[in-house]
Design a protein around this ligand. Structure first.
Ligand code: RIB
Ligand code: CA
Length: 317
């Protein structure tokens, strides 16, 4: 089976970690590399977390490169309330052994794009700072990008403290604008679908815990990351970032529409929102496949099978 070459650009982050678990287990994907971005925590912490996750999964061969330390134009922000001071509070992780790449994340992504014989799919699950920088810095490489399959935004339900915006877009709205005006095909996994792509707190979570080392890791991620959602009566812990990977592996579990989406860079209460033209009134062609619904049971099944595959592989440390 021909594998889809991907680069994971992430800010682990509990749900980023689960996205990595899924991506690195799939027979449909070839993860060329992992690049870190600042978002859920500082770049130092997200980079360290990415390396620790790969060590835990027995994937030392997958290279990691460190991303930009702050958004393009505005001050950064972190999400310690959701992900803790380490950015990955809860589970105990091993120390990384594999060295960090010397190149920056953007240099490394460019290198991978140049060297790949096939077009590469970028899978950003944090703020789009690195991706926006790549687009600005290496315009000649854009034809080597197959698609940007991202977690971010929301076309129906905002979430973050700016009301209408979502965290990944809010952290670096200017980078998001570069991405959405780049002409590169985009799959957008916004909160509209990711908030309901959850792992439940009871049997579903325990099925992970009892499925082996990696499943136990995922359950412990949900123990911590899900606690706030459980307090507000949410049906489960939303595994936002894993949706961007799941779409590449099993797109049929999602419902989507091709829409024109713009980033609001000027609104007082709508700054960093992802504004979708549902009725074609803008006269602008769609620039994104926007996912709006998922089959939650099939989503959880995909994640659980991924965890079990590591036991079969026997690679877990
Ligand atoms: O809004 C959800 C997004 O913000 C996810 O990527 C999560 O990891 C945080 O980065
Ligand atoms: Ca993330």
């Amino acid at each position: 089976m021909k594998k889809i070459p991907v680069i994971m650009d992430c800010d682990p982050g509990h749900d980023d970690a689960i996205a990595l678990v899924l991506a690195l287990s799939s027979e449909k994907l070839k993860v060329l590399g992992v690049t870190s971005c600042s978002g859920n925590q500082t770049i130092e912490k997200t980079t360290y977390n990415a390396r620790r996750i790969l060590e835990l999964l027995g994937k030392r061969e997958v290279p990691v490169a460190r991303g930009r330390s702050c958004p393009l134009l505005n001050d950064g922000r972190t999400a310690a309330g959701a992900h803790g001071e380490t950015g990955l509070d809860g589970p105990v992780l091993p120390e990384p052994v594999a060295p960090l790449r010397e190149e920056t994340a953007v240099e490394f992504m460019a290198k991978l794009l140049e060297e790949s014989e096939e077009k590469v799919t970028l899978v950003p699950t944090g703020p789009l700072t690195n991706i926006g920088t790549l687009i600005l810095s290496y315009p000649h490489l854009l034809p080597k990008i197959e698609r940007i399959c991202m977690m971010g935004g929301s076309v129906v339900s905002g979430c973050s403290d700016k009301g209408a915006s979502e965290f990944n877009i809010l952290v670096d709205a200017y980078a998001a604008d570069i991405v959405f005006t780049s002409g590169i095909p985009i799959t957008m996994m916004g909160l509209d679908v990711t908030n309901f792509s959850t792992i439940g707190y009871g049997e579903e979570k325990e099925a992970f815990r009892n499925s082996g080392h990696v499943g136990k890791f995922v359950a412990e991620l949900v123990d911590f990351f899900g606690r706030l959602f459980q307090m507000i009566g949410w049906p489960g812990a939303p595994i936002h970032d894993a949706c961007a990977v799941a779409w590449l592996i099993k797109p049929e579990i999602f419902e989507s529409r091709d829409l024109h989406v713009e980033i609001d860079l000027n609104g007082e209460n709508t700054y960093a929102s992802t504004v979708a033209d549902f009725h074609g009134l803008s006269g602008k062609a769609p620039n994104a496949t926007v996912c709006l619904k998922s089959d939650q049971k099939q989503f959880v099944e995909l994640l659980l099978d991924a965890c079990k595959s590591y036991e079969r592989e026997g690679a877990v440390r």
